[in-house]
Design a protein around this ligand. Structure first.
Ligand SMILES: [Zn+2]
Length: 47
């Protein structure tokens, strides 16, 4: 199950927001979390 790297919530892959970063797929619970990640991807992408 994908995990939102910003808030740590486990997500349903079909409902989550998808974002591609450096060829990797990241999933988010909401646009707010996605925007936070896009601003500071280095803070979150190693999770
Ligand atoms: Zn979230």
């Amino acid at each position: 199950m994908p995990v939102d790297p910003v808030c740590g919530i486990e997500l349903d892959e079909e409902l989550a927001l998808l974002h591609d970063h450096d060829g990797k797929k990241f999933y988010f619970c909401c646009n707010g979390c996605r925007r936070i990640f896009i601003k500071k991807p280095r803070k979150y992408k190693n999770n």
